[in-house]
Design a protein around this ligand. Structure first.
Ligand SMILES: [Zn+2]
Length: 245
């Protein structure tokens, strides 16, 4: 069976290092499944959620404040997302770390959470100066939302801007999250099968219309759901590309 390697060694190490050094793993966001080349530098985007997170990232990973300013502009401290160019020693460190690992995802391990959809209205990544941690799939109110893979429901509740939300834990520290629902069906602790109806589409929370906001996470880190879901002709080619600007 065809297998997809979703997360390369480098990024998984980065995840582990970030979560163990910053103690703010939920506020550091990864934009891609590999170290990105941007304006001649190798590095990663992070969400500038606080001055401490930014300073810590610069100190831990970067080639120095000067390069951070070269890439992002002199006012980078006021930007919502900042590109952190990695130092050579940090890249070498990441590559050599014993904790490096890979997640391999089987071709049919994930299905789309909406059985029939015609487009995604927003992709993963930078959006309007902030960071969109999932994809948006427009669908009518009350359309069933399916578990993309088997797992256990670990959260069911109203999550502020995200509205009625379910989180499912899958194998190996992977999670999926389903937001803005009109109604939640699965209960916390439920073991759900792939394809099971777990909720219904809605527009709860901070939402401009009926759609599903869908996330895939490794621990707290959002990953691009399009890397996990089967190829769909309803997704535009440009949406499969990773946009940096
Ligand atoms: Zn969204």
């Amino acid at each position: 069976m065809k297998q997809k390697k979703i997360i390369n060694r480098v990024i998984l190490s980065f995840i582990l290092i970030i979560s163990s050094t910053l103690h703010a793993s939920e506020s550091v966001v990864i934009d891609s499944n590999k170290i990105i080349e941007y304006k001649g530098f190798s590095g990663q985007w992070i969400v500038n959620s606080s001055p401490e997170v930014l300073e810590s990232a610069i100190k831990t990973f970067s080639t120095g404040e000067k390069d951070v300013a070269t890439v992002n502009g002199p006012d980078f401290r006021t930007e919502k997302t900042v590109f952190i160019p990695f130092s050579q020693s940090y890249i070498a460190y990441v590559k050599n770390r014993a904790s490096c690992g890979t997640i391999t995802v089987g071709a049919n391990e994930f299905i789309w959470p909406i059985a029939n959809f015609d487009r995604i209205s927003s992709s993963f990544g930078r959006r309007w100066g902030s960071f969109h941690e999932g994809i948006d799939i427009p669908a009518g109110r009350g359309i069933p939302i399916l578990a993309v893979s088997g797992g256990r429901v670990i959260y069911r509740g109203y999550a502020g801007n995200l509205g009625h939300t379910l989180t499912i834990e899958h194998r190996d520290n992977m999670f999926t999250r389903y937001c803005h629902c009109s109604e939640l069906i699965a209960k916390e602790g439920d073991i759900v099968k792939q394809g099971q109806v777990i909720a219904y589409v809605g527009s709860s929370g901070n939402s401009t219309g009926n759609h599903l906001h869908f996330e895939v996470r490794y621990g707290d880190f959002p990953l691009n759901p399009l890397d996990f879901l089967p190829f769909s002709p309803c997704v535009k080619e440009a949406q499969y590309m990773k946009k940096l600007d």
